[in-house]
Ligand binder design. Structure first.
Ligand SMILES: [Zn+2]
Ligand SMILES: [Zn+2]
Length: 195
């Protein structure tokens, strides 16, 4: 499936995310721009296995990025870094190239200037984000991203069992401490408390 029009992506994003909003449109545009800069035009076909996307926020835009790129958490091709920023880095694995695309702070202001008569902010931004040029919406930088083999899609490694809780651990996420193999939870990174 080659790249679609923005309107077609809007339909797909609305279905997958549950609603259409300014954040979705910004995410669609961001992903399209990233793919464009990398020169990849068939993310669901021949370019399917060469893309990894790092997203820096867990909001609407992130779902839209998955719609365009096909990069999904469950495929290990979408990496979440919780920086709270509307930004993403698109990595082309075989050529070891990556471009980071971030939303300009000025885009909301630009939307207000372009559509002063539209009083609903979300609608105002939706209209503007469809029309503004890529350079007006986003800042870009070419970057290098080191992705270890254990973080790549398709990585195969033996699964180990935590010496403390007995649960299986994949992808080399275990921690070896004082000769014991522990899961990250038992090694002190637990995000929950047992009741
Ligand atoms: Zn939304
Ligand atoms: Zn454990």
């Amino acid at each position: 499936m080659p790249l679609l029009s923005l309107a077609e992506y809007e339909g797909l994003a609305e279905r997958s995310h549950g609603h259409l909003c300014a954040g979705q449109i910004l995410g669609l545009r961001m992903a399209l721009y990233g793919l464009n800069l990398l020169g990849l035009a068939d993310p669901f076909g021949k370019d399917r296995k060469r893309l990894v996307a790092f997203v820096e926020i867990d909001r609407c835009a992130t779902d839209a990025i998955a719609v365009v790129t096909g990069c999904r958490l469950g495929k290990r091709a979408l990496k979440f870094r919780d920086f709270g920023k509307v930004a993403a880095t698109f990595c082309d694995l075989p050529d070891d190239r990556a471009v980071r695309v971030s939303a300009r702070e000025s885009s909301k202001q630009r939307a207000a200037e372009m559509f002063p008569g539209v009083h609903d902010r979300n609608l105002q931004q939706m209209c503007a984000y469809r029309q503004l040029r890529d350079e007006e919406l986003f800042e870009t930088q070419w970057v290098r991203v080191s992705i270890g083999p254990e973080d790549l899609p398709g990585y195969k490694a033996p699964r180990v069992v935590c010496d403390n809780c007995g649960e299986g651990v994949n992808f080399k996420r275990e921690v070896v401490r004082d000769g014991r193999t522990l899961c990250r939870s038992c090694a002190g990174e637990r995000y929950y408390e047992s009741l």
